[in-house]
Design a protein around this ligand. Structure first.
Ligand SMILES: C[S@@+](CC[C@H](N)C(=O)[O-])C[C@H]1O[C@@H](n2cnc3c(N)ncnc32)[C@H](O)[C@@H]1O
Length: 352
């Protein structure tokens, strides 16, 4: 399913991120005085502030330097309960240990982009506001423009087709490659206009034709699926017995990873097509209650972003983390992002 970033961008004006499924997150995490919770996706600090208000200590992480800068006020108001670090949630166990916590009581992830990121045209996430074709949450590494201008046509087809679930990926990739030789892409609206021209817009279409391609580029540029899979394994390593892992995700690619991970880790021993090495290992998580919770109808009406939200929760069991790493969730095989890194020169533009 495509996420609803477009609707946020539609709203116009600065948008402050409204935390999604906050009550459900708190109910699933059960924070309280004395507990230590890792919030891997600080964003505007909505979850962190609410968790800290229960008396818990929070190790909050965000990869976006803007989120860290803008988070100072939330940290200040927490009276020392929130420690905010810039970093990736794939390293959440190392970050928690560096903050003095060998084990924690809970880990929460609210994956994807924040309203502030989408709303700020200069970040290059929006296909409705013109900005540089950037999309890097971390503001470092290869940009979406690097990928669009340098990736081989076949790689673009796979990125757009798999990460955007875009049926017209071949036509879009061909049009990109045909155009970039004469004039490389540098702006979001330029790319969005080309995509609209290539695949058209049916009357009554609720989403912009560029939505799926932009989603794909964003996920690819930020290695979002790998990050998520690695974060789940990091949470498994750092959670104490009885500790809770809570993940809110916004499209099927992410939810599938969380569902698969929690399912595999909750089975004792059997092993599977995705995780044959698990045979003989004990379960490391239990999944009590409903496997997946969606946002309430009220919240979905009030906050469009909540409409596609899915919350999954698992409780850490005693015993070691499973040996299998991110291969257990079988991520799609795509081009290596690092090949698009700038070398300081003009950069090679492939016409393959
Ligand atoms: C949906 S927002 C979180 C909103 C937050 N729950 C709140 O209440 O304000 C997602 C945030 O996670 C951050 N993020 C996404 N992927 C990340 C990663 N791999 N490591 C660290 N932060 C990440 C983004 O920069 C963004 O600020």
């Amino acid at each position: 399913m495509t996420d609803r970033s477009g609707e946020i961008a539609n709203a116009g004006g600065p948008v402050r991120h409204v935390p999604v499924m906050l009550n459900e997150v708190l109910a699933a995490l059960e924070p309280g005085p004395g507990s230590v919770i890792v919030d891997g996706t600080f964003g505007a600090g909505g979850y962190s502030a609410a968790i800290a208000a229960t008396g818990a200590s929070v190790v909050a992480i965000d990869r976006d330097p803007d989120a860290i800068r803008n988070g100072a006020a939330v940290v200040e108001l927490s009276g020392g309960r929130i420690t905010l670090k810039q970093g990736r949630f794939s390293a959440l166990d190392e970050i928690a240990i560096a903050c003095g916590h060998e084990q924690v009581d809970g880990v929460v992830l609210d994956v994807g982009v924040s309203s502030m990121q989408i709303d700020e045209a200069e970040r290059g996430f929006s296909f409705q506001k013109d900005g540089p074709l950037d999309m890097r949450m971390e503001q470092a590494g290869p940009t979406a423009a690097d990928v669009v201008n340098k990736a081989a046509q076949n790689d673009l087809i796979r990125i757009i087709g798999i990460l955007g679930e875009e049926k017209q990926a071949s036509r879009i990739a061909r049009a990109i490659v045909d155009r970039r030789g004469a004039m490389p892409f540098t702006r979001t609206l330029d790319l969005a206009t080309l995509i609209e021209k290539v695949i058209g817009r049916k009357p009554g279409d609720r989403i912009h034709p560029a939505t799926r391609t932009f989603q794909a580029l964003r996920i690819f540029v930020n290695r979002e699926l790998e990050e998520l899979a690695e974060a789940l394994c990091a949470a498994e390593r750092i959670l104490k017995a009885g500790g809770r892992l809570v993940v809110v995700s916004f499209h099927s690619l992410e939810d599938r990873i969380v569902k698969r991970f929690m399912g595999e880790r909750s089975k004792s021993g059997g092993g599977s097509r995705h995780m044959p090495q698990a045979a003989g290992e004990a379960a490391s998580f239990d999944q009590p209650g409903k496997a997946m919770i969606a946002a309430s109808d009220n919240e979905a009406v009030e906050n469009p972003r909540a409409r596609s939200a899915k919350l999954r929760m698992a409780v850490r069991l005693a015993g070691p983390a499973r040996k299998g790493g991110i291969e257990s969730v079988s991520l799609p095989r795509l081009a290596n992002l690092s090949q698009f890194a700038q070398t300081g020169g003009a950069g090679h533009v492939s016409h393959a």
